[in-house]
Design a protein around this ligand. Structure first.
Ligand code: FAD
Length: 406
């Protein structure tokens, strides 16, 4: 039997595909199994903040991302009437961040997978640990064996269920509309360069930023809802209902809504942080492990951090090391991602408020900037390398050391 670990990644989203690249870069044999017959992402943007951009840079993806991304040059916060809130949010680590179109980054990651290592049309239905491995069964009946399985299968994760976890969606009581508008249709977008714009108001917020090298503006509008909207990202939205939500807001908001051809809406949910997410040979990453509301733009970034952490820990590992390494991974990632899940909710509350007390608003803005600096300044690979060194020095123990108080 080959000594190289055979890793099965379930889910070919941003998290799974990036993890596969990071793991292969450290010599592991990885296959990605994706349920869809073709990779598709809905038309919407995503920010690659410095903590993720740094890691992608290390596997040679900066140049390809430059060709599809718009460098982020700042974020301007405004009140619903357009008054600028001075936050001066600046890059925290010197690493350039980008806004990209989701479909474009997904294609880029898929194209970077070696031939035969991304298996489409493979919907996982069952995962069972065997003696020293895992057997995966797919909906069409095929089975495969792997030394370990990484569930990168999103918010409705089958791997999570097979690990024995049960989680329940928790609504923020808000719904989001999303859409893309050609930049040339928007008079206010002419001179924005790479700037993101966010308007804050009572119970609502409105975010715009350029994607596709500036050709399109991505808009996300968060509004209150009593609807039990599902977690779909693609349900069609009503443009008139959207416009009514923002009546009386700043002109660029109204102009943006007026320029939309269509919009999609989705219910914003997360799940309470898990207390564990691994067995001996199965673990989770990304939304399968720690789904978060999108107000910090960190969901994919945290999935990317997970993948690189796993890659550092698993490099050169033997089969018998897998259970303790997965435990170490979980301990390294649980607290940080749990904190970010909470911060993302707090950020949403900060964005969806109208402040009569400007000092209170500025206090919250400063708190939010500090949270961002902490999140974006993190180097997940370096942290994992330091943890691994500690793990090696405590090798005789069956238990991985507790990294939580680092
Ligand atoms: C509006 C919005 C804006 C966002 N903005 C940002 C942002 O700016 N920055 C950021 O970092 N994050 C952002 N996020 C969050 C981010 O998109 C998600 O956290 C991220 O996509 C999660 O990636 P993932 O790979 O874990 O899961 P997913 O992208 O959900 O991928 C899961 C994959 O698994 C596949 N799959 C599911 N079940 C099975 C199965 N049984 N068998 C095989 N395959 C399966 C699915 O088809 C899918 O391809 C945003 C999210 C939203 C909704």
């Amino acid at each position: 039997m080959s000594e190289q670990l055979q890793v099965a990644v379930v889910g070919g989203g941003i998290g799974g595909l990036t993890a596969a690249l990071a793991l292969r870069a450290r010599g592991l044999d990885v296959t990605v199994f994706e349920q869809a017959g073709e990779l598709r992402e809905i038309g919407a943007g995503i920010s690659i903040h410095p903590n993720a951009a740094l890691l992608l840079q290390r596997i040679g993806l900066t140049d390809p991302i430059k060709t599809i991304g718009t460098p982020i040059t700042g974020l301007r916060l405004r009140t619903s009437l357009g008054e600028v809130i001075d936050t001066a949010l600046r890059p925290s680590s010197g690493v350039q961040s980008y806004n990209v179109h989701r479909a474009e980054i997904l294609k880029l990651l898929a194209d970077a997978q070696p031939d035969g290592t991304l298996r489409l049309d493979h919907c996982l239905s069952r995962a069972r640990e065997t003696n020293g491995g895992v057997q995966l069964t797919f909906a069409h009946g095929a089975t495969i064996e792997a030394d370990l399985v990484i569930g990168a299968d999103g918010i409705h994760s089958v791997v999570q269920r097979e690990i024995g976890l049960k989680t329940y969606p928790s609504s923020e009581g808000i719904m989001a509309y999303r859409g893309l508008i050609p930049s040339e249709r928007l008079s206010w977008a002419k001179d924005i360069g790479g700037k993101m714009s966010m308007w804050l108001g009572k119970g609502r917020s409105f975010l715009c930023y350029p994607v596709s090298s500036g050709r399109s503006i991505n808009m996300v509008a968060f509004v209150p809802t009593n609807l039990e909207s599902d977690e779909s990202w693609t349900a069609p939205g009503d443009l008139k209902a959207l416009a009514a939500e923002y009546a009386g807001w700043d002109d660029p908001v109204l102009e943006t809504i007026g320029a939309l051809d269509q919009t999609f809406r989705w219910g914003v949910y997360d799940r309470a942080p898990l207390s564990y997410w691994s067995t001996s040979r199965m673990t989770l990453l990304g939304d399968a492990a720690h789904p978060m509301v999108p107000h910090l733009g960190q969901g994919a970034a945290q999935a990317i951090e997970d993948g690189f952490t796993l890659a550092v820990l698993l490099e050169g590992a033997k089969r018998q090391d897998v259970p303790r390494l997965l435990k170490a991974y979980e301990r390294l990632r649980l607290e940080r991602t749990g904190q970010i899940q909470t911060m993302a909710r707090d950020t949403g509350r900060f964005f969806r408020a109208e402040y009569e007390d400007v000092a209170e608003r500025d206090r919250l803005a400063a708190k939010w900037m500090a949270a961002n600096a902490w999140i974006r300044g993190h180097d997940a690979e370096k942290t994992a390398q330091e943890a691994l060194a500690l793990l090696v020095t405590t090798r005789r123990s069956d238990e991985a050391p507790d990294f939580r108080n680092w």
